[in-house]
Design a protein around this ligand. Structure first.
Ligand code: HDD
Length: 705
């Protein structure tokens, strides 16, 4: 770790957590929870005659404490987003350009570095489910600001399944495993989910996103984040603006292909967890730009859709995105439970200069998060180290289980004769709600514009590239094929007819559904560029943090491989040697078993091509011949090709690749692998993952089959 990085790590929050952090070393002796040194932690106290064990004594307070503590280790998992991983970081604004919209210092004061903690998650699966399932990803950020904690609890998809929070329990019950048998885990591919969304047309836009490549990200580091709900900003003059928050990843938005996602779920269920940690530890801390879309109050009703409807995006052609700052995640957690598991986010946690809107989903969320933390963590959850603010906290809320704060003084109420703990007036930073004018009657209603559900589902579809559309069709086909109740999949394919008739026809033909040609909705044919993930190709192409497998065996070209590894490492990529044994293998010219050789990271069977971004086969006749004699190695090459990975090959390695693929059409895939470039630059191709994409997609089955 460089000293510059160490400095960055010392944010106010990291210093704060240090007060609760202990390190276990060989010098830290074992004690009970009440601090008494423990001499034996392996044997329960027993009655013995010197030869036999004899009965265990209940008297053994050391053993009892150990078992008691163990019995109560688990707390309820989150009702949604149970599976997640997290990291620390910091946020800075570029300058004060957002001051025209807000007085929030975290969004305007460029002299500040605000500590952050981000937890990424899947939604449907339980804590032990796989990372790469098709699902929405949570992207929840806690900003530890000097004015208190601000939680931006978002997802990697900008819209949601429902418009009104009162539907959330129905939605979650429908998507979660079915009640009679708790199946399926980590999947929405089942009757109840599709039954619900088929009867709930407001979900149709979000379902399109969930069936797109967005729902199978390559990495948490390569996803956008969205606050989803409409919040408000309040500036120094008291003027209010509606706002949507966006995180844009520096590395661009990338996804797995479905076949990879399925395989990784079995081969390495912790793929995304490991990926985040590996990147940070390898000096490639992920970075996101914070963008805002802003609508002045007086323009609230200028749009065809309701800007408070969380099933709608604000197309960037109508409301441009303004980039105002950036966040870097540069430190993994020290311990999972006290940090990642106990972190608790609340949409209701906002700071002066930021406010809510009447978005009916947000209003309900503001109630739900605080409430759920009480059942997960107890009423004093905000005092837990990971949750407590870095600014002073003082109020007259008291007691409750696990109260850790000791507040000195003789009063715990306001007003009091000592004037202790007074409210802070607005001109000294006290939070004031915007004086919003409201009039009306009480009724269970939604705004009139909330009734249109299909235009943006079509907009999303129209905005995709051809191969993104193909992936979407395949995803619908996979999911609806998993529904065995004809009423369910027929209802959905009919609903899809209103989004797009051609899409519905194709999906219906694949899954045995019906279409409905009677829809009166006229397609608008519009597109919005920012909806395709191709729009987020990285500004500067980079190989940083990409995992490169170098497939080799004894007899490889030693000089070449040494040079390639050095080059990849210098560019920030993470090369791995994959060979016939985990141990030393020997380049051409060196005696096997001698002093030379290089250490291989994994055996061919120990990893699969799915876990890497690219594959390289170096030259060396014996090495290449050995690879060709191994069915597993041929599979490595074919699978990587089928998944559109960049494959580099040199000398005899090129022949090995051609033979493994056995296809005349390989020229297509070699379009990004021109042989002269290979030899002159050691075959490292840093871009072109999407080149020749559709043709290669079509070949997927042929090649991997
Ligand atoms: Fe939620 C967790 C995101 C709607 C109720 N939600 C949770 C998390 C994320 C989101 C990222 C995990 C936070 C963490 O890592 O601890 N939720 C969203 C988004 C929504 C949304 C982007 C739509 C805009 N959620 C939503 C509604 C409700 C909830 C409408 C209830 C009315 N969400 C919860 C919850 C959870 C939660 C039950 C479970 C665990 C937790 O809060 O801390 O309260």
């Amino acid at each position: 770790m460089t000293s510059a990085m160490q400095n960055i790590f010392q944010t106010a929050k990291i210093k704060d957590l240090a007060q609760n952090t202990v390190e276990v070393t060989a010098k830290t002796g074992l004690t009970t929870d009440h601090g008494v040194p423990v001499a034996d932690t392996d044997n329960w106290l027993k009655v013995t005659n010197g030869q036999n064990s004899g009965p265990s004594l209940l008297e053994d307070q050391i053993a009892r404490e150990k078992i008691h503590r163990f019995d109560h280790e688990r707390i309820p998992e989150r009702v949604v987003h149970a599976r997640g991983t997290a990291a620390h970081g910091y946020f800075r604004v570029f300058d004060d350009r957002a001051a025209k919209y807000t007085s929030a210092a975290v969004l305007t004061d460029s002299s500040r570095t605000t500590p952050t903690f981000v937890r990424f998650s899947t939604v449907q699966g339980s804590r032990g489910s796989a990372d790469t399932v098709r699902d929405v990803r949570g992207f929840a950020t806690k900003f530890y600001t000097k004015e208190g904690n601000w939680d931006l609890v978002g997802n990697n998809i900008p819209v949601f399944f429902i418009q009104d929070a009162i539907k959330f329990p129905d939605f979650v019950h429908a998507v979660k495993p079915e009640p009679q048998n708790e199946v399926p885990g980590g999947q929405s591919a089942h009757n109840n989910f599709w039954d619900f969304v088929g009867l709930q047309p407001e979900a149709s836009h979000m379902v399109m996103w969930a069936m797109s490549d967005r729902a199978i990200p390559r990495s948490y580091r390569m996803m956008q984040g969205f606050g989803v709900n409409t919040f408000t900003l309040l500036n120094g003059e008291g003027k209010r603006f509606f706002v949507k928050f966006h995180w844009i990843p520096e590395l661009g938005v990338h996804s797995l292909v479905w076949d990879e996602a399925l395989k990784i779920a079995g081969q390495d269920p912790d793929f995304h967890r490991k990926d985040l940690e590996e990147a940070i530890l390898n000096g490639a801390p992920p970075k996101w730009t914070l963008g805002i879309q802003v609508i002045p109050e007086e323009r609230e009703h200028d749009f065809e859709f309701d800007i408070l409807d969380a099933t709608k995006v604000w197309p960037e052609e109508l409301v441009p995105l303004e980039e105002i700052g950036e966040m870097v995640l540069n430190r993994p957690v020290d311990e999972f439970f006290p940090e990642t598991e106990q972190v608790a986010f609340c949409t209701s946690h906002i700071v002066p200069g930021i406010g809510f809107s009447d978005d009916p989903l947000l209003q309900g969320r503001n109630f739900s998060y605080f409430d759920t933390q009480i059942s997960r963590l107890g009423i004093n959850w905000e005092q837990l180290p990971i949750n407590r603010p870095v600014c002073p906290v003082m109020n007259h809320n008291r007691d409750g289980q696990h109260q850790t704060r000791i507040t000195k003084g003789r009063v715990n109420y306001w007003p009091n004769r000592f004037e202790a703990g007074p409210p802070i007036p607005p001109n000294h930073g006290g939070y004031v709600e915007f004086a919003q004018k409201v009039e009306g009657i009480k009724a269970r209603v939604r705004g009139a514009k909330f009734n249109e559900h299909y235009n943006q589902a079509e907009l999303f579809l129209n905005s995709l590239t051809e191969y993104e559309k193909n992936h979407l069709i395949n995803a619908f086909s996979f999911e609806l094929s998993h529904c065995d109740d004809a009423q369910v999949y027929e209802t959905y394919t009919k609903l899809l007819s209103t989004v797009n008739l051609d899409l519905a026809k194709t999906v219906a033909a694949n899954v045995g559904g019906h279409i409905d040609e009677s829809s009166t909705r006229r397609p608008h044919g519009q597109k919005s560029a920012a909806l395709s993930q191709l729009h987020y190709a990285p500004k500067k192409p980079t190989i940083k943090s990409r995992r490169i497998a170098i497939l080799l065996a004894d007899g490889f070209n030693g000089t070449e491989v040494t040079a390639i590894r050095a080059m990849l490492g210098a560019a920030g990529a993470v090369p791995f040697l994959i060979g016939p044994r985990r141990g030393k293998i020997y380049p051409a010219g060196q005696a096997i078993g001698g002093d030379g050789g290089v250490l291989v990271d994994h055996h061919f069977e120990g990893q699969r091509s799915t876990m890497f971004d690219a594959l390289l086969i170096p030259s060396g006749k014996e090495s290449a011949d050995m690879l060709m004699a191994s069915g597993r190695c041929i599979h490595w090459i074919r699978e990587a090709f089928g998944h559109l990975k960049t494959i580099g090959a040199i000398g005899e390695g090129v022949e090995a690749v051609r033979r493994a693929l056995k296809l005349d059409v390989t020229q297509l895939a070699f379009a990004s692998l021109d042989d002269s470039a290979v030899t002159s630059s050691y075959g490292v191709v840093t871009t072109g993952k999407y080149k020749a994409t559709s043709a290669a997609t079509d070949m997927l089955e042929v090649v991997t089959g």
